[in-house]
Design a binder for this molecule. Structure first.
Ligand code: APR
Length: 228
């Protein structure tokens, strides 16, 4: 089981949220990442997501994403769960993953629930064919996760015996509860983070290394152990 956060994408150029250059040091989440903020000022919210989309459209996955994408081939069962909305795991070839916080490249209608992948809009907020307002299909603070996403992540966690926590500060719930569930079921927990986090005290191994640097080495070790 691998659970990733913004740190796994930072070597690709995606800003994290709470690190030194974190987005939440520059922008106020309550003004940009809540439904109330969208109701209050949909243009400012959309401009911010368009700005993040432009960054994400220019970047590529890094060695960390590619290593994780190869891992399923070496385990009887494997689950990738991410809090990231950047789509880089998919771009690296991970097609079976749980996107707990949605996907920034998708738009969802708040009336009919329909979605599309349009990037250019004639107006803000853009409108769905049904006339409803479109919003970025990401989970905002105070909102529920996509239907069944967390249940799937939790189910996989209760059945895992090796749990990697990669590039997350372990602050945001319910994703932050997964390593504790893994701990409860006796899984071996490996944390990869350039600094100590809320999770470090329950990890069996903590690697204070960039994920893009250590994940290829870990994959190499796994291949070796599997006789490849
Ligand atoms: N390799 C490993 N870890 C890294 C790297 C790297 N190259 N770069 C940064 N990190 C670590 C930071 O030390 C930090 O602990 O990644 C973590 C990123 O933490 P956050 O910025 O808090 O991101 P995340 O945990 O994914 O945030 C969770 O919060 O804002 C919401 O919805 C948003 O999904 C996000 C959620």
């Amino acid at each position: 089981m691998v659970s990733t956060g913004a740190g796994v994408s930072s070597e690709s150029g995606v800003p994290t949220f709470r690190g030194a250059d974190g987005l939440w040091n520059k922008f106020r989440p309550e003004e940009l990442a809540t439904f109330e903020a969208f109701e209050r000022n949909p243009r400012i919210v959309w401009e911010w997501y368009q700005y993040r989309r432009e960054i994400i459209n220019r970047i590529k996955p890094n060695a960390g994403h590619y290593s994780i994408a190869q891992m399923p081939g070496y385990f009887e069962s494997f689950t990738l769960v991410t809090q990231n909305v950047d789509g880089l795991h998919r771009a690296a070839g991970s097609d079976d993953l749980v996107e707990l916080h949605g996907n920034i490249k998708r738009n969802r209608c708040i009336e009919c629930g329909g979605f599309n992948y349009d990037e250019e809009f004639a107006q803000f907020p853009p409108l769905c064919a049904c006339g409803g307002r479109l919003r970025p299909d990401v989970v905002w603070f105070g909102e529920l996760l996509p239907k069944g996403a967390f249940e799937k992540a939790e189910m996989a966690t209760t059945g895992c015996d090796l749990f990697f926590s990669v590039g997350t500060s372990g602050i945001v719930q319910p994703a932050a509860s997964l390593p504790f569930t893994a701990r409860r079921v006796g899984a071996f927990i490996v944390e990869i983070n350039i600094e100590q986090t809320e999770l470090t005290h329950i990890a069996d191994e903590h690697f204070t290394v960039k994920s893009g640097e250590i994940l290829p080495a870990i994959l190499g070790k796994i291949k070796e152990l599997r006789g490849n």
